[in-house]
Design a protein around this ligand. Structure first.
Ligand code: ZN
Ligand code: MN
Length: 175
């Protein structure tokens, strides 16, 4: 296989992983998914391909200075909601406000090609977890419903360190 084809295959799998989810994943999440098909791929290669895909306009990189880069398989302009607790990002289904660009144009010392807007707050899952945390104070066993990983904690773990699933833990009832 030539280098070019290998790159294409890597990019195809990265795009496939990205477009199979609405979770706006991190590079680490994409790495874990793609590694199931290409076990020898490195995280550096994932990053390089992600950068290329962003440059090609195939995907979007969401940073907005939040420190945790996430990627979006949908490159069309749209808005996001980010949870300040867990970093979860979801789409906000309101129309893209092109009129902002027109309004801002006379105030910008350059040509506007678009704008980015991120709504921030606390997601419903974190809100629920916070309410549950207030109730649970004894150590309990939790099991990840995705990969079966078990861990002891005082409250429901938010993220599974094994399979990277968010909010996948269920409390195991012990006899
Ligand atoms: Zn959250
Ligand atoms: Mn999105």
């Amino acid at each position: 296989m030539s280098g070019f084809q290998r790159m294409t295959e890597q990019r195809r799998l990265i795009l496939e992983a990205l477009r199979s989810t609405t979770c706006h994943p991190t590079a680490d999440w994409i790495y874990e998914r793609v590694r199931e098909k290409l076990p020898h791929i490195s995280l550096g290669t994932i990053y390089r391909n992600l950068r290329t895909l962003v440059q090609m306009g195939e995907i979007m990189q969401l940073d907005y200075g939040s420190g945790q880069d996430r990627f979006d398989g949908n490159p069309e302009p749209h808005y996001h909601f980010r949870c300040c607790q867990c970093g979860a990002v979801s789409d906000v289904e309101i129309p893209y406000a092109h009129e902002f660009d027109v309004k801002a144009a006379p105030h910008c010392s350059g040509t506007i090609t678009g704008h980015r807007l991120e709504f921030v707050g606390e997601c419903n899952q974190c809100k629920t977890n916070r309410q549950e945390e207030a109730e649970v104070n004894e150590m309990a066993l939790f099991k990840c419903t995705n990969c079966g990983h078990e861990r002891e904690a005082r409250c429901k773990p938010r993220k599974c360190p094994e399979c990277q699933s968010q909010n996948s833990y269920e409390k195991v009832e012990q006899k």
